[in-house]
Design a protein around this ligand. Structure first.
Ligand code: NAD
Ligand code: G6P
Ligand code: MN
Length: 443
């Protein structure tokens, strides 16, 4: 059986060890001969890489491992690029969150002004990875989950239209695990769903079990009362902090606005931005929580493993919830025709919506990539919301390409999260100040 070679771009990510452990746990399904790490931050990556090298030696000594900051080495002879970079690191995420809050506007990693600022940083970073892939391994596929996925996807659609990149998000995976648990199923894989939207901005319209029984009534009854909170928490390793528990509970109020569908959790930022501001601490945001939590734990544990020269007894966990990445790689490698939610160019999948929008819909994935499944016409309520949001995302990409201050100001103004153009401009000017190193110059 062919063994695959992969490069993890963003080797220094807090998610890298969990993903490596997940890949090692799935070698029977997806055999690997080589794992490369690539990052542009040598010191950060080294801490993760030294520990992962030990983990790989202990669990799968046949796999060749290489960690490098040299793209020529990292991207040579690979079948898949798994990309999860964060341009500007947590230091900039913190600014994305805190600057809007100064003006009473929610600051969030992927939504509103914070997401726009992050998008303006990410576009260049992801394009650079694509160019390395095309130069050194032109047959490879990039599985990208670098955020903000909506803006990154639109930028790659426009600027690298022929590249083999698939943008994917794990939020639906996490929510579907919760839906499955809420109706007593052991896995989301027992469900078949219909869904449409933009990334972090979508709705489920139909959920059935494998026999075709409609699960929507039971799931809706649960969400009506508890949102996506569960009486008994499940092993869903990524979304465990108290702030995530608040998000899952808040889905109840988002659902109430349109009880015909089940909403993505991220809609809370667009529907109830004032509530989110009210319960934020402008001195201590999610970035601070992650730095003190996941980042500290992962780096602390990696450094401990390196010192001990063994991963025995480690508290690092297999990120089983990330196994959707293996499903995606397998779908391409083995033409499995797996049905997955992906971010793809609309082209009629949402019939009454912009053909060029990057939408999130179920796709059948085979060796020539994803084939979107038509979701039909969508109601006026969702269409109105999506028109506004997709215009924000497209304006950001145009602003990046043209270096246009005006378009970026319009993007912020159009975001549902921002109350008016004056506040939009105040936030924008502060964001420009701190992003000089990362954004194109705007005139
Ligand atoms: P992190 O900061 O811990 O890791 C990101 C790594 O990327 C860092 O080591 C950094 O040095 C590196 N990097 C930054 N710019 C780079 C560049 N131009 N070239 C190469 N490497 C570069 O961040 P994290 O919290 O682990 O998250 C990583 C990414 O994954 C983020 O974009 C996050 O939003 C995303 N993410 C997406 C999903 C999803 O649903 N799509 C889920 C989880 C995380
Ligand atoms: C979800 C989203 C990701 C996002 C992550 C943030 O999984 O789908 O796009 O990056 O949450 O989580 P964090 O723990 O970093 O706030
Ligand atoms: Mn996501």
């Amino acid at each position: 059986m062919k063994k695959f070679s992969i490069v993890i771009a963003g080797g220094g990510s807090t998610f890298t060890p969990g993903i490596v452990l997940m890949l090692l746990a799935n070698l029977e399904k997806f055999p690997i001969r080589q794992i490369n790490f690539y990052d542009n931050n040598f010191d950060r990556q080294k801490q993760i890489a030294d520990a992962c090298e030990i983990i790989i030696k202990e669990q799968a000594p046949d796999i060749t491992f290489l960690a490098t900051t040299d793209p020529a080495e990292a991207f040579a002879d690979v079948d898949f690029v798994m990309a999860h970079i964060r341009v500007g690191l947590y230091a900039m995420r913190e600014k994305d969150e805190k600057i809007p809050l100064k003006y009473g506007v929610i600051g969030q990693e992927t939504c509103g002004p914070g997401g726009i600022a992050y998008g303006m940083r990410s576009i260049g970073g992801v394009l650079e990875l694509i160019d390395y892939m095309e130069k050194y391994s032109p047959d490879a596929w990039m599985l990208n989950y670098s955020n903000p996925a909506a803006i990154v996807a639109e930028a790659t659609r426009k600027l690298r239209p022929t590249t083999k990149i698939i943008n994917i998000c794990d939020m639906p995976v996490g929510i579907e695990e919760r839906m499955a648990a809420s109706v007593g199923l052991s896995s989301r894989k027992e469900m078949v769903v219909r869904y449409y939207g933009l990334n972090h901005f979508g709705w489920w319209t139909d959920i059935r079990d494998k026999a075709g029984n409609d699960l929507m009534p039971k799931i809706k009854a649960h969400v009506k009362e508890f949102g996506y909170s569960l009486k008994e928490e499940i092993e869903e390793s990524q979304h465990t902090d108290a702030s995530w528990m608040h998000t899952f509970a808040k889905a109840k109020e988002v659902f109430a606005v349109d009880p015909d569908t089940l909403p993505n959790t991220y809609l809370k930022y667009y529907f109830y931005p004032q509530d989110e501001v009210a319960q934020s601490n402008p001195e201590y945001t999610r970035a601070n929580e992650v730095m003190a939590g996941r980042e500290k734990h992962v780096f602390g544990e990696c450094n401990r493993i390196t010192k001990a020269k063994t991963a025995k007894g480690t508290t690092l966990e297999v990120d089983e919830h990330a196994s959707y990445i293996v499903d995606l790689a397998r779908a391409i490698a083995y033409n499995t025709h797996e049905r997955m939610l992906l971010i793809v160019e609309n082209q009629g999948a949402v019939v009454n919506f912009d053909e060029t929008a990057m939408v999130e819909v179920p796709c059948i994935v085979g060796s020539n990539g994803p084939e979107p499944i038509v979701q039909g016409k969508i109601p006026r309520f969702q269409k109105g919301l999506m028109e506004q949001q997709v215009a924000v995302e497209k304006l950001v990409v145009e602003a990046w390409i043209e270096g246009s201050y005006q378009k970026l100001w319009q993007a912020l103004t159009l975001s549902r999260i921002v109350p008016n153009p004056r506040v939009a401009q105040d936030i924008l000017d502060d964001l420009i100040d701190v992003n000089k190193e990362f954004w194109p110059k705007l005139t």
